[in-house]
Ligand binder design. Structure first.
Ligand code: FES
Length: 156
């Protein structure tokens, strides 16, 4: 399906569209495309009769939205205080090694992207990483390879 059609399909799924629908629409579009693009904001703006610049301003205000391409599996490595003390740096180093990407990058095959984040709310189980909506509490750097392999196998 074409990019535009995918965004329009989401807009059609909203029975009554008004300005309160903006955040849920942006979430749905990001879930569908993996990230927000200028073009998607134009389409949403036309639909809601809002300037795309306003939507952009709002989307950048919330850090749940991203304008960078993400991989199918987005890895978030927590480097908040508790995780940092529990050696999150060694986990991050292992991910760099296994995927050959740095923070903010996506693998060439589009499978994985990496982001270092502050506390993700599971300090009691630090160190923690998340892959999309799945959390991996109390992991060790030696677990990283297996987690990545498991995802790759699942994806085949
Ligand atoms: S510091 Fe990592 S989950 Fe809170």
């Amino acid at each position: 399906m074409l990019f535009m059609d995918r965004v329009n399909k989401i807009l059609e799924s909203y029975q009554k569209v008004n300005r309160d629908s903006l955040i849920p629409i942006l979430q749905d579009v990001q879930d569908e495309l993996g990230y927000l693009t200028d073009e998607s904001l134009e389409i949403i703006g036309d639909h809601l009769k809002l300037p795309a610049s306003k939507i952009y301003g709002l989307a950048t205000f919330y850090n749940q939205f991203t304008f960078k391409s993400r991989g199918k599996y987005h890895m978030r490595v927590c480097d908040g205080s508790a995780c940092h003390l529990a050696h999150s740096a060694s986990i991050l180093k292992q991910i760099h090694k296994q995927l050959n990407i740095r923070d903010g990058e996506t693998t060439r095959d589009g499978m994985f992207s990496l982001e270092v984040v502050a506390c993700i709310g599971a300090c009691g189980q630090s160190p923690v990483i998340a892959v999309n909506d799945d959390f991996y509490p109390g992991i060790k750097s030696s677990d990283v390879k297996g987690i990545i392999e498991e995802i790759r196998i699942k994806h085949q």
